[in-house]
Design a protein around this ligand. Structure first.
Ligand code: Q9C
Ligand code: ZN
Length: 334
């Protein structure tokens, strides 16, 4: 299986995050990549597909914000990473007047996703890795893996959040559509709901978005991922959520997965993209499912049995020591 990764993805190194009211070490560390690379085959550097495929998903003003936020923060005299602390909710107007503090609130959904000096560079090459994986599959490979980091599925058309800046899988899906694919299915098996991906394709009939995740009644991101969310307009019925209780283990997980896979078969996609997060792991430090290393091979085999051309995009997973084995276990089924 071809695996895509660019060394520049390691340049993004935020110092800390606000976690349950305390400042903690940033969970989404470059060490995650080291763990995965130890357990998988050699990686290939992606070619540069340019900014076009990124701009096909994210708004121009958001991309401009991402490119310059860290410098603007530093120019405002701040030390440390740029992070929002005021949000324009509760009937405020979307005012624009060039204050970095205000823009951070305008373009983010949480305070756990700092912008560090090289965040844009890392996010850019990260998206190129995702595009390269889907490009390989469009070129005839049965499957490919993008070792994406930072993750992407919480980033919306014009907002960051949940350690995510550019929505890698949405960029890859749109790239496939623009390359002539008629229907693309996205299956998100990260522990957290993929709110950004859902928002991006909410009104789209050509992209099916299905997510299995911790019930947002108890878990981040709370405001998305409930089972009554089905999409709107052309997208009605093309968003499908399977919220699962904390403590979910492989047997109950597979029941929901079987329902998700049956909806994918009905949709008859040309291509399948998977948001793979290993934060469903029993020992994940920020999550509460009971999935074990050997279970990832079972989940992978269930999905691979669809027989569809498949690009797998890395999302979360924070038990760094086990992350490589868990990811390799999943990939082996393809
Ligand atoms: N106390 C991904 O797995 N932090 N993102 C929540 C809860 C954000 C995880 C803080 C978790 C986002 C891609
Ligand atoms: Zn996650």
């Amino acid at each position: 299986m071809r695996i895509f990764f660019d060394e520049r993805q390691l340049l993004h190194v935020p110092a800390r995050e606000l976690h349950n009211g305390d400042w903690t070490d940033y969970a989404e560390t470059p060490a995650r990549v080291g763990s995965i690379r130890k357990a998988i085959d050699a990686v290939l550097a992606p070619r540069d597909f340019g900014e076009g495929p990124i701009a096909a998903v994210h708004s121009p003003d958001y991309l401009d914000f991402l490119k310059h936020a860290a410098n603007r923060w530093r120019d405002a005299g701040r030390t440390g990473d740029a992070i929002g602390y005021v949000w324009p909710v509760v009937r405020r107007r979307p005012l624009k007047f060039g204050r970095i503090d205000a823009d951070l609130g305008q373009y983010s959904m949480d305070a756990s996703t700092p912008l560090a000096a090289e965040t844009w560079t890392a996010a850019y090459w990260n998206a190129q890795s995702a595009i390269a994986a889907v490009d390989a599959v469009l070129g005839g490979e049965r499957s490919a893996f993008a070792l994406c980091r930072p993750p992407g599925h919480h980033a919306g058309p014009d907002y960051l959040g949940g350690y995510c800046y550019l929505n890698n899988i949405a960029i890859a899906a749109q790239f496939a559509i623009d390359a002539g694919q008629k229907r693309v299915a996205i299956l998100d098996v990260d522990y957290h709901h993929g709110n950004g991906t859902q928002d991006i394709f909410w009104e789209r009939g050509d992209v099916l978005f299905i997510s299995l995740h911790a019930d947002p009644v108890t878990d981040y991101p709370f405001y998305w991922g409930h089972k009554d969310e089905h999409g709107e307009g052309d997208g009605t019925g093309h968003t499908l959520n399977f919220p699962l209780p904390r403590g979910t283990a492989i047997d109950a997980y597979r029941v929901a997965l079987a329902n998700a896979l049956s909806a994918i078969r009905t949709f008859e996609p040309d291509l399948l993209l998977i948001s793979f997060g290993a934060d469903t792991f029993a020992d994940d430090p920020i999550s509460f499912f009971q999935i074990h290393t050997k279970d990832y091979a079972v989940i992978g085999a269930d999905i691979a049995a669809l027989g569809l051309p498949t690009a797998i995009i890395m999302e979360g997973g924070y038990a760094v020591d086990a992350l490589g084995e868990n990811t390799a276990s999943f990939l082996a089924s393809f």
